[in-house]
Design a protein. Structure first.
Length: 294
């Protein structure tokens, strides 16, 4: 059985840890409110832009000739993995890493065997996870969450877009967590390029009759690059909100676990203390009886 001093030290240690996890939960809650506000404002804009592109490109011949819609034989692959810079958020980062590994194993086994799969890490943890497993990871944009803004995300998005346009990549995939609520994050895997027509009832072409100036082709060629950058930026915002929700949940559970452990340690301490006092009383009584007998 542990000594009273050891149990006291453990109680102090667990109590300090509980205070830290409480503080981290509160910090994540504050950041989560800002992150959810950002993604809530972004979603309607993203949805409307997607509808406009679907409407304009439905009959526009120029859309079919856009460099980001060209379908090629898949030899080189880029997978954009969006995770966080920090841990202590449960399985948030590991789930994205596993999803990226599964995606490559299911669709791009030959390309990976030939060394033609590159990972673009947005967030340090995803890059570290996949680098440990032998994947070719580009960490140039891994610190994007240090100062999260559209300008910084656009730089990474343009690097992927230029690579696809120049033939450096034949397909670009995106893996991230979509924010649903504090306790739930939905893993998403999307093909960013080449742009393909999606059979999705949630995104339909609008029935609005637009008047185009200067032309449908020029407008669609202007909108598609913006939509691609917005798609990646939206994924980063979704991941940012998901990260804070996951960390808030993880710290809440850690705080509860620390509370349960404190109860057990205090009970153990009281039992040990009671046993020590009982032994002292027995020793005193035994000594008194020995003196009386003498």
């Amino acid at each position: 059985m542990a000594s009273l001093k050891e149990v006291r030290n453990r109680i102090v240690s667990v109590n300090s840890t509980q205070q830290i996890t409480k503080a981290m939960k509160m910090v994540s809650a504050a950041k989560l409110r800002r992150a959810t506000d950002a993604i809530t404002q972004m979603r309607p804009y993203s949805k409307k832009l997607t509808e406009m592109i679907a409407t304009v490109s439905a009959n526009a011949e120029g859309a079919k000739e856009n460099p980001y819609t060209i379908v090629r034989n898949i030899n080189k692959v880029l997978v954009i993995v969006v995770t966080s810079d920090r841990g202590l958020c449960g399985a948030f980062n590991a789930n994205v890493g596993k999803a990226a590994v599964s995606l490559i194993a299911e669709k791009y086994v030959e390309q990976q065997a030939a060394g033609n799969v590159e990972i673009m890490a947005l967030g340090k943890k995803g890059g570290e996870y996949l680098a440990r497993r032998g994947y070719n990871v580009n960490t140039q944009y891994a610190d994007i969450f240090t100062k999260l803004s559209f300008a910084n995300v656009r730089i990474a998005a343009e690097a992927a877009m230029n690579g696809f346009e120049e033939g450096k990549y034949d397909v670009v995939e995106l893996v991230y967590n979509e924010f649903k609520n504090v306790a739930t994050q939905i893993l998403k895997t999307e093909q960013v390029m080449p742009i393909v027509e999606k059979k999705d009832d949630k995104v339909k072409a609008s029935s609005v009759d637009y008047i185009f100036e200067p032309s449908e082709e020029e407008i669609i060629n202007e909108l598609i690059p913006k939509a691609l950058k917005l798609q990646i930026y939206k994924a980063v915002l979704e991941s940012n909100a998901s990260e804070h929700g996951a960390r808030m949940t993880a710290m809440d559970k850690a705080t509860d676990n620390a509370g349960e452990l404190l109860k057990e340690l205090k009970l153990q301490y009281n039992r040990s203390r009671q046993a020590a006092i009982t032994n002292e009383i027995l020793e005193i009584v035994g000594g008194a009886e020995a003196l009386a007998a003498a």
